[in-house]
Design a binder for this molecule. Structure first.
Ligand code: HPA
Ligand code: ZN
Length: 381
């Protein structure tokens, strides 16, 4: 039986390889969307290595106690990332790197327009190979401007890649700008105003980073502004964090002038309480669920059970990958296959989840229609 306790790292990697190997599975070939992927979370060991070499610097990872002399050292370090919960459980910290340490230490390799272009193109190429037709990548501008990166280089690189992806890879995209909730709300507002120059690229506003003691209501002002200006709104409600049910309630019902946001990222704990499940269903809110990202902290069975509760309640759940380079290199297709396996869903159930993603997306109606038609054609073939 797989399994009422946390999967070990070896078990996760074996599961990833097993799920990835069956290339004839419908979830590989089906046209799909990806609505929850942090572009900075797609920085693979290989690309981090290449960017470090190009800059002539060491490929640091996490903190200075982690010795990285070769690409293989870097790959191993990625495989050994732990969750903050594991760190709190008293594991010796000097040789360990948490998700956030790993994720943010990758930012230092992103400085020039070419770096941002290469990062985004690496994702778009991989997405094309997985038959992703449309995506809404998140980006964290504060993590770049704070290091002196210009908006022009960051957004210019993203824009160049977005255009190349549309013309050469058949992938449409729109960006979601996330604010770092562990930074002051005033800094979010400052970045919001600066980003308006790039409005044509940005469809939505999100909220990410470390959620502990940082409830979404702290960011009410920027969400209200963004709603007034016509942006779509979403926020992370990370799984199992302190006060998660309060945070979920704010996202679902009180933020942005008293009606709640348009989507919720993660929010698996909605399934713990019947009133929250009913609230999200009744508001017709979409949720992005990234099961692989929860495996380091939650048991396989408890993840599966809660996804089933959300789906059975009629909530528009779509499956996504979050920060795939840092979660065992498990991309959107792996997350779909994991969901199918863990929940015992049929292909038909899974097609519904894939279509949910299209419905939940903030793409133009003609883009959505074209993908839905393609899905039907693949399903019937
Ligand atoms: N949660 C919060 N912030 C993040 C995440 C996440 O899962 N991934 C990247 N930034
Ligand atoms: Zn995320």
């Amino acid at each position: 039986m797989i399994c009422a306790k946390l999967l070990t790292q070896a078990a996760r990697l074996a599961l990833r390889d097993e799920l990835g190997a069956n290339q004839s599975a419908l979830m590989h070939k089906i046209p799909k969307v990806e609505l929850h992927v942090h572009i900075e979370g797609t920085l693979t060991p290989e690309l981090r290595w290449r960017l470090a070499q190009r800059r002539g610097v060491k490929a640091r990872f996490g903190h200075d106690d982690i010795k990285i002399d070769t690409l293989q050292d870097l790959r191993t370090a990625y495989d050994n990332i732990i969750s903050s919960a594991q760190l709190c459980a008293g594991l010796p910290s000097e040789h360990l790197v948490t998700f956030f340490q790993a994720y943010y230490s990758g930012f230092e390799f992103l400085t020039t327009r070419q770096d941002f272009y290469d990062l985004a193109m690496d994702w778009f190429r991989r997405a094309a190979a997985m038959n992703v037709r449309y995506c809404e990548p998140f980006f964290d501008p504060q993590g770049h401007t704070s290091r002196g990166v210009t908006w022009e280089d960051m957004m210019g690189g993203f824009r160049d890649a977005q255009r190349t992806a549309a013309s050469e890879l058949n992938i449409q995209s729109r960006w979601i700008m996330c604010f770092l909730r562990d930074q002051p709300p005033e800094d979010a507002i400052k970045h919001y105003k600066a980003a308006l120059e790039y409005r044509d690229m940005i469809v939505g506003i999100g909220l990410d980073s470390n959620e502990r003691d940082r409830p979404p209501c702290l960011f009410e002002e920027v969400f209200a502004l963004a709603r007034r200006d016509g942006f779509k709104l979403t926020a992370h409600c990370d799984v199992g964090v302190k006060d998660t049910h309060t945070h979920i309630r704010q996202v679902a019902s009180t933020l942005a002038g008293g009606c709640g946001l348009d989507r919720m990222d993660h929010g698996l704990n909605v399934a713990d309480k019947t009133d929250l499940t009913a609230l999200v269903a009744q508001r017709d809110m979409s949720m992005t669920i990234c099961p692989w990202a929860y495996l380091r902290r939650e048991t396989y069975d408890s993840i599966a059970e809660r996804i089933r509760v959300l789906v059975d309640a009629g909530i528009r759940v779509s499956i996504a990958s979050d920060s795939p380079a840092y979660t065992d290199q498990s991309w959107v297709t792996h997350n779909l296959l994991l969901t199918q396996r863990m929940c015992g869903f049929t292909d038909r159930d899974m097609v519904k989840l894939v279509k949910n993603g299209v419905d939940a997306s903030w793409a133009e109606p003609n883009v959505k229609e074209a993908i839905l038609l393609e899905i039907d054609a693949v399903q019937d073939s």
